[in-house]
Write a protein that binds this ligand. Structure first.
Ligand code: PSU
Ligand code: MN
Length: 312
């Protein structure tokens, strides 16, 4: 099935999974999902179970899930169960952002797409809503390391709604919010006056913007488009109370993980996966349980937003 691409020259590189193509052609709601969380964010088999379950949650809400990845050089918009399962088991998958997605395509490689690369692929296919766990942002100590995720630049330029639980608490949330404001990215806390902190419902920072329904989020997206404002928007959806790990409890684990990363000279792309794995170890798996719960919670909200957008 042929769908309308935002850039026709991209078509030869992209495979759209049949149910996703059918939904897009019919104007039905579709929610994109990233895959770095599968290849680099969680261990097997939890990653596989999470990825399947999140797709099911979106389908149960009445939208069509499209997990995005690069497999053997093909940009995949939606995976079959088999493709998703084998990606979850692949040891050598690349971590792909704006800087390297084309490399993986040109060289026939396989990789998980980060928030940035997933936004690029989703937009090419005409998908407007995307659910993830937490976005990348400004790392602690960025004034020395210059480590600022390409996710922030992508939010500034690509018109996709990213539903997250905020910036990962391993980051400098305050600086991340500053960069997003500078780059003109609306940060909308969902039904909260406070920006969430991934595993925790509350960071020390008040929400730049607040909306309380999927319909209002859809309306903001359309209003931005009508006003010719480029780029995406970030929805920060607090993890459910029953699943959260309070920020004061997380702080010690995050600090210990950061120290370990420094001691082992971890840098660049390896930082985020290292910190997530270390925190999982330090919390005896509790952080993973919360991570899965918040992705599911985001998938549910993203489906509702996609449905509201499709109706509008
Ligand atoms: N959210 C999670 N787990 C993850 C990530 C997000 O719950 O593994 C991934 C996302 O793909 C995000 C990436 O785009 O981490 C950020 O990596 P970096 O800081 O290197 O830009
Ligand atoms: Mn980085």
């Amino acid at each position: 099935m042929e769908i309308k691409m935002t850039l026709e020259t991209a078509r030869p590189y992209i495979d759209v999974h049949a149910p996703v193509a059918a939904a897009l052609a019919a104007g039905k709601p579709v929610v994109a999902l990233e895959s770095t969380i599968i290849t680099h964010g969680m261990p097997y088999p939890d990653n596989s179970a999470m990825a399947a379950n999140v797709e099911k949650i979106i389908a149960d809400e009445g939208a069509v899930p499209a997990t995005i990845a690069v497999i053997g050089g093909r940009i995949k918009i939606g995976l079959s169960d088999g493709e998703r399962e084998s990606l979850a088991m692949t040891g050598g998958a690349m971590k792909l952002s704006r800087a390297d997605i084309a490399y993986a395509v040109a060289e026939g490689r396989t990789g998980g797409t980060t928030v940035a690369a997933t936004m690029i692929a989703a937009h090419l296919a005409g998908i407007k809503v995307f659910a993830t766990g937490g976005i990348g942002g400004v790392h602690k100590g960025a004034e020395k390391s210059f480590d600022i995720s390409a996710d922030l630049d992508e939010l500034a330029r690509t018109p996709v709604i990213v539903v997250s639980a905020g910036a990962k608490a391993i980051l400098d949330i305050e600086k991340t919010l500053e960069v997003l404001e500078t780059r003109g990215v609306p940060v909308v806390a969902y039904s909260s006056d406070i920006v969430p902190a991934f595993w925790s419902r509350k960071s020390p920072y008040s929400a730049p913007l607040r909306l309380d329904s999927p319909g209002n989020i859809a309306r903001l997206y359309q209003t931005r488009a009508a006003l010719g404002l480029d780029g995406g928007m970030l929805v920060a959806n607090p993890v459910p109370e029953s699943d959260e790990i309070p920020a004061d409890k997380m702080a010690g684990y995050i600090e210990a993980a950061q120290k370990a990363a420094e001691a082992q000279n971890i840098s660049g792309k390896a930082v985020t996966p290292f910190l997530l794995a270390k925190i999982l170890e330090l919390t005896n798996g509790a952080s993973l349980k919360t991570n899965i719960a918040l992705v599911e919670n985001n998938a549910r909200l993203a489906a509702k937003v996609a449905i509201a957008l499709a109706k509008a």
